[in-house]
Write a protein that binds this ligand. Structure first.
Ligand code: ATP
Length: 239
């Protein structure tokens, strides 16, 4: 049975000047579930996450988090409300240590980085524990991705928005990070919206799949059904 959603997006539209990037998009994310948002380059995936996070102003529609309308709530206030966004690009403060970077994740959220909170991240990503006192700039791409996810988790979110975590990483590393994500969602009841061009990997851990094309939702299925449907897969997902 589908769980009650913690994040609900209804008929969301947004654009950049005359460019309409999102056209009446609806989706929801429930605790303990991963919703994969798929689609080609330029389909509107990043814009969707940026609009949910208040970085792009919607021209229409509604976003609610745990029953609260997010209209007019500013981006800085979202961590305290339980929403964390990991953008594309794995931005870390290169001249700070791994642990200093992690601690930043708790700022502005629901409290400080507690020893417990840090331990939880180090249990999840042991490689970060090994490198906790090293500078972030020596990390590999996969380790950096773990660091930005760990940093987001330190705010103890209810909803995690993840933009293209697999980009540029070796398949083995992607599999490792996605396995960790799956376990985290199962154990902690986190709701994840996972934006990916790597549809095959994303659907291997997702509960639901939503395909965007030119800013519109063109397919919405549970992940297993989407993977099993050769026509849909070939038409929209390229595998
Ligand atoms: P990608 O995987 O390349 O990030 P995407 O599915 O995330 O693609 P978006 O980045 O959301 O797609 O882009 C949706 C549309 O909005 C595209 O037509 C894109 O060219 C346009 N767009 C995105 N960002 C801007 C911007 N800052 N200014 C103007 N147009 C933009």
């Amino acid at each position: 049975a589908r769980r009650w959603p913690v994040l609900t997006v209804e008929n969301l539209s947004a654009g950049y000047g005359p460019v309409r990037a999102l056209d009446s998009v609806s989706l929801s994310a429930a605790p303990g579930e991963i919703t994969a948002v798929l689609g080609a380059n330029g389909a509107g995936k990043t814009t969707l996450l940026r609009t949910i996070s208040g970085l792009v102003r919607p021209s229409g529609g509604r976003i609610s988090l745990a029953g609260r309308d997010l209209t007019g709530v500013s981006t800085e206030d979202l961590p305290a409300l339980g929403l964390a966004h990991v953008p594309e690009g794995r931005g870390v403060l290169a001249e700070l240590t791994v642990e200093e970077n992690l601690r930043l994740g708790a700022l502005g959220a629901r409290g400080r980085a507690t020893a417990d909170g840090l331990r939880r991240i180090y249990d999840l990503f042991p490689v970060l524990a090994d490198r906790r006192n090293g500078l972030a700039h020596v990390l590999s791409g996969g380790e950096r991705q773990m660091l930005v996810i760990g940093r987001a988790l330190l705010s103890r979110p209810k909803v995690l928005l993840l933009d293209e975590p697999s980009l540029g990483l070796a398949p083995r590393i992607v599999a490792q990070i996605f396995d960790l994500l799956r376990a985290l969602v199962r154990d902690d009841g986190l709701a994840v919206v996972l934006v990916e061009q790597n549809a095959r990997s994303a659907l291997s851990i997702a509960d639901h799949g939503v395909v965007l094309n030119l800013g519109e939702v063109v397919v919405r299925r549970d992940a297993a059904t989407l993977v099993a449907d050769d026509d849909l897969r070939h038409a929209y997902l390229g595998f």
